[in-house]
Ligand binder design. Structure first.
Ligand SMILES: Nc1ncnc2c1ncn2[C@@H]1O[C@H](COP(=O)(O)OP(=O)(O)OP(=O)(O)O)[C@@H](O)[C@H]1O
Length: 650
């Protein structure tokens, strides 16, 4: 299989293109939010354009003054607004006056350009920051299912890159369009004032210029959409490789991965070249059309000047400059068309996030239990990730307030999924879950989550100090509280041995810590919240038995005070639980405490047997677990619960 084939993942987000008109209207709505600054930028740029035209006029005036001095038979100089200097003025005085006016215009134009650039930069930053915050805010509230369906690289690209492209719609399309329209209007009015016939003759090719811009816009839209997808793909390959560097190196797969990245890069370059090709074809064609206008001017304009119908400086020269400016502005249309396409593509991807329904959200009028005790009741709970493929089937169970319960079962039985429902990361497909008598769907979502301390299967830490990681859910925590939580999580010893202790900075994703150390910091992060419910998804899988024992003692102390729900495959952890729920293929197969389940001789019994047998192979006789009496050589089905765990977060 080629690397490209391996990488190709459908991106459902971009499958259906939103109608362009709808997107344009939404983008205009966005621009409207910043109307004051937009208008300021348009006004300032328009003013600069007008000053430019006045500059042409003054240069033309200088030419006419000079021409009259050289050739007294030449037509009279047309001073602006009829303000001719006194007859007594010398040629030098007249030319100096014109030069001073030109210099003043240039300085004024420079100052306004500077002002326009500042306002424009402020506007761009404001749009990007606000839009990025909105998208990020929405991403924080979207459900896990949304993240399951979308590449993380694509989402990162949208927040980082596409938001910039949308900003371009405001400053590169709306503002630029208005500036172009104003400048073109001023040019046309000026040209018409100079000579109507010459104006019509010179602008005859303009409809072709517009048609070209529309053609380019159509062709390039598809290309930009594809370019964004390829960009996502490249970022995905890169981020997977950075995150999975251990696997890559461990399997000596560097060569293959370099090739994979090069392939993703090559596809982008090839595609961008296609866009560049359209653009390169379009721009020279437009250039030729504007050159035709100049040819008309030189032919017909010179004829009019020779006949004395058009002054040389304030007529032909100004006209040539106006025409040049006109062509310049029409040239901007290509860039505008280009910006429209890239911002339409980007907006489609960003609006897709902003419009995504919140699958899991707080109700309009949330209910709150009288007292949070941590009692869960599950009634006929079923759940499907993929419609028609149930992962949990009609689960009925009750977890009493202050109980310590264990959830176990073979890998893929649905344990993590069950925890995800208890924390309302997902809603059940059918049935309901009550916490302290209130349906989880009726709880205010942030309030619900604040009742639960979670230790995930995968211990994710932030690149920050140990103390900030522990205090993540309670930034106001004191150092005493942080140290106490660390002690409870059996993490104090190794933290104290670190160079900076609690101020030691954890590497990205906790790379400079062992798996067991990360788990203990994650546990401290949950314990510091002192939540009524503590949920641990295989939180002791990576610690040695001594540390497990210390953590177990902490959990035992919490019994009665807090509800503790722990997923584990270790009998040594589960045996202390008040109740153990055994899942099998998404169904609740067994319920009871350790002794009761051992007597049932079912799934749990087999798991205990297998683990006891494994221990006999690794430990001396006198250190065997208490329920050694239950262990004998495993039965044929004894390997029902392998202890290996998939590393995946909910
Ligand atoms: N996001 C998801 N989308 C689709 N299927 C999923 C998703 N997450 C889990 N599953 C599937 O749901 C089933 C239950 O997974 P779950 O993670 O709950 O099992 P588990 O009992 O916790 O397994 P393990 O002990 O290996 O962690 C598995 O078949 C898994 O492939």
């Amino acid at each position: 299989m080629s690397p490209a084939a391996v990488d190709s993942r459908p991106n459902t987000a971009n499958e259906a293109q939103a109608p362009a008109r709808h997107l344009v209207l939404r983008l205009l709505g966005l621009a409207w939010r910043y109307r004051k600054k937009c208008l300021a930028v348009v006004f300032l740029n328009g003013f600069v354009a007008i000053l430019g035209l006045v500059g042409f006029q003054l240069t033309g005036l200088g030419i006419d003054v000079l021409r009259k001095a050289v050739d007294p038979a030449a037509p009279a100089v047309r001073w602006p607004l009829g303000y001719a200097p006194p007859e007594s003025w010398s040629l030098v005085a007249e030319l100096s006056t014109v030069a001073v006016m030109m210099a003043l215009m240039a300085v004024l134009s420079l100052a306004i350009k500077y002002w326009a650039a500042i306002v424009s930069a402020q506007l761009s930053q404001q749009i990007v920051i606000q839009l990025r915050t909105e998208v990020y805010d929405k991403l924080q509230r979207l459900s896990f299912r949304y993240f399951d369906d979308h590449d993380s690289s694509s989402l990162i690209n949208r927040v980082a890159g596409d938001v910039q492209a949308i900003r371009q719609f405001v400053d590169g399309v709306v503002i630029k369009c208005l500036v172009v329209v104003i400048t073109l209007a001023v040019c046309i009015v000026y040209m018409l004032r100079l000579n109507v016939g010459l104006t019509i003759a010179c602008l005859a090719t303009t409809p072709l210029l517009w048609w070209g811009a529309i053609w380019f816009a159509r062709v390039s839209r598809e290309q930009y959409l594809e370019a964004s997808k390829l960009g996502d793909e490249m970022v995905r390959v890169l981020s997977e490789n950075v995150q999975g560097i251990q696997v890559v190196k461990g399997f000596a797969a560097e060569e293959g991965q370099i090739e994979r990245f090069a392939e993703a890069n090559r596809r982008i370059v090839e595609h961008k070249f296609g866009i560049f090709w359209s653009l390169s074809l379009y721009q020279p064609i437009m250039g030729i059309l504007t050159q035709i206008n100049m040819l008309v001017l030189i032919g017909y304009g010179s004829y009019l000047t020779i006949r004395g119908e058009l002054p040389l400086g304030t007529g032909l020269f100004v006209f040539a400059n106006l025409l040049h400016e006109f062509a310049n502005q029409v040239g901007h249309v290509t860039n505008i068309a280009n910006s429209i396409q890239s911002s339409l593509t980007a907006s489609e991807r960003v609006f897709e996030i902003l419009d995504a329904p919140l699958e899991v959200d707080s109700p309009a009028s949330p209910q709150q239990p009288v007292q949070v005790r941590g009692e869960y009741v599950l009634e006929q709970v079923s759940f499907e990730y993929v419609p028609g493929k149930p992962v949990l089937k009609e689960i009925n169970l009750r977890i009493g307030s202050g109980q310590m319960v264990g959830i176990t079962g073979e890998t893929g039985a649905g344990k993590t999924t069950l925890l995800a429902l208890l924390t309302r990361f997902h809603d059940p497909t059918s049935g309901r879950i009550l916490l302290d008598g209130v349906d989880l769907k009726a709880w205010d979502l942030p309030l619900l989550r604040r009742q639960i301390g979670m230790v995930f299967q995968e211990s994710f830490l932030f690149s920050n100090t140990v103390s900030n990681n522990i205090a993540f859910g309670k930034p106001s925590a004191t150092l005493d509280e942080i140290e106490f939580a660390a002690r409870q999580a059996a993490a104090e010893e190794f933290i104290s041995a670190m160079p900076g202790q609690y101020q030691n900075v954890v590497g990205e994703y906790g790379t400079n810590l062992s798996g067991g150390q990360k788990q203990r910091i994650s546990l401290a992060r949950a314990l510091i919240l002192r939540p009524p419910v503590l949920i641990l998804d295989d939180a002791t899988a990576a610690v040695d038995s001594e540390t497990e024992h210390a953590i177990q003692q902490t959990l035992d102390r919490l019994r009665g005070e807090r509800t503790v729900i722990l997923v584990s495959s270790r009998v040594s952890t589960l045996r202390h639980a008040d109740q153990i729920f055994v899942l099998n293929a998404g169904m609740l197969a067994e319920t009871g405490n350790h002794q009761e389940l051992m007597q049932k001789h079912g799934h749990y019994f087999q798991m205990a047997q297998l683990q006891a047998w494994e221990q006999t192979l690794t430990e001396p006789e006198d250190s065997l677990p208490e329920d050694r009496e239950a262990s004998s050589w495993p039965s044929a089905q004894g390997a029902a619960f392998p202890q290996t765990k998939g590393i995946r977060n909910v």
